[in-house]
Each structure stands twice: as C-alpha cells, then as structure tokens.
Design a protein around this ligand. Sequence first.
Ligand code: UTP
Length: 289
Amino acid sequence: MRKPIRKAVFPVAGLGTRFLPATKAIPKEMLPVIDRPLIQYAVDEAREAGIEQMIFVTGRGKTALIDHFDMAFELETTMRDRAKDMEALEPTRLRPGNLATVRQQVPLGLGHAIWCARGIVGEEPFAILLPDELMIGSPGCMKQMVAAYEEVGGNLISVLEVPREEVSSYGVITPGARDGALTEVKGLVEKPKAEDAPSNLIVSGRYILQPEVMRTLEGQEKGAGGEIQLTDAMARMIGSQPFHAVTFAGKRYDCGSKAGFVEATLAIALERDDLRDEVRKIARRLLGD
Ligand code: UTP
C-alpha cells in the first residue's frame, strides 16, 4: 500500500515583480482570472485530487491569501440579511484546521520555499502546486498525477512539450522510457540554453514528491538565477527513487507572465457558459473581424 497524498504545499512567497505595480500591495496569487483568484483554482485542483491539508508558504504582505479562505463575518452577515445567494463563497470554505501557513521570510527560491514547509509536511509524500501556473483539464492535473502515483509511486512531475526555443525559461527533463502519459525521468536541468537542453519537455508547476526531498534541500547551494532551486534537489534524487513525468492531458496557462495571464482570461471566458457568447463578440469586434 502506498501512503496517500494528503497534503499540498502552495509556494506563494514570491515577489511577483513582473506584475508590478499591481502586486505591490496584493499577492500575485490573488490576481483574479475572471472572478476567482489564482490561488482558488489551485486549491480547487488539489481538493478535486482528494487532498485535504493545504499548506501555504507565505511572506510579508500575503495575508489576503489566508483571509480569502477564512470567514468574512461582516460580508456574510450582510449578505444573509439581504437574502443574497452565498454560493459564490462556497469554494473559499476549507474545513477548520485544513489550512496551515508557514513564512519563508526571505524569497530565496522555490526550493527554499518548499523546504520551509518541512515541519508541517513531516514524513509523508506530498503534492506541490504553483498557483501562477493555471492548469485546466478534466480530470484536473493533480488528479491525473495522483492516479499515476497510485500506479508507480515515487516522485512525479507534470511536464508538457514546448517549442525548443522556449525551454530556457523552465526546468527541462532528460526523458527515458515512455509508457502512455508516463515518462521515466533520467535527468533534470533548470533553465538550460536551448542548444544544451536535453529535450523540449518542460516541468510545469505540479509535483508529487517523497519527504526525502526536504533532506536533499537542506543546505543546498544556490543554483540558476542565484536561487535555491527545487529542480536541483529533484535531480539529486533521480536514481535513488523512482522518478516519472506525467504528460498532462489539458491546458496550461503561464499566469506568471502578462501575455499568459491575458490568454488564460480569454480562454476561460470562452469556455464558460455565462460569458462565452458575449466575450466572443467582443473579441471579434476588437480584432476587426
Ligand atoms: P516565480 O519564479 O514566478 O517568482 O515563482 P515570483 O517572485 O512569484 O514572480 P516574479 O518573477 O518576480 O514576477 C514561482 C512560484 O514560486 C513562489 C512564487 O510565489 C510563485 O508561486 N516562490 C518563488 C516562493 O514562494 N518563494 C520564492 O523564493 C520564489
């Protein structure tokens, strides 16, 4: 029997400099795609995968993320008094005790953010979801990964194919044997030059890792961009534990970049029954068709 995946870590301590000044006083992960902040999409995806315990790695100025999943007493009382529909608030309700937070203090990199959650993660496999990568699929990305984990165990990362000239912004895998959506991971490198990249399969922001990664991260040196990289720690675990990539059947939007954010907003609006027709008309008009 494999240990079930019960906990998910959401690193949300980054500075979000690409979205300044919008992210000066509000966290990047609170930026909404239509009517839900990015963090809500990620938490919903984790819940759909059967994960109960959410762990936010936060920093200063990130309180709105925690308030979002708390009770809003005045709002709720006023809405109730005015007999307003409260359904929109439903996804923001977590079971009491199911949100834990830890502070990263200084944003030293994704690897360091994950390591900050070691005490709450403990000795069990856990998921990681980067909220600025919006994954839309049915079933969701994490649910697909949990299904793969139940099959092969060990460590899993979600990957997708991109044009080779784009790989240098991402973690890239050296692929081994492939079996359907599962690919063996033989190596990992963070932000390689396009000509040195071992493949065009990039790591997208979903992971299932064994707790040993915390010890691998302990005392790890800075890597690409002067940050403590999760990719470097995972690379060191290859060989000692099973490591697979799951090719996500669905869409991924890079909401850490402005164009990706606009793409996500448009794509999701065009998928939604309440917005599709109106947004299609607007898009046509703007494009002059
Ligand atoms: P990014 O690389 O997108 O960095 O982090 P960022 O700081 O959020 O944004 P920019 O580049 O300045 O615009 C990917 C994810 O990892 C988290 C971020 O919050 C984001 O969800 N992160 C990154 C941390 O929690 N701590 C870090 O030290 C770095």
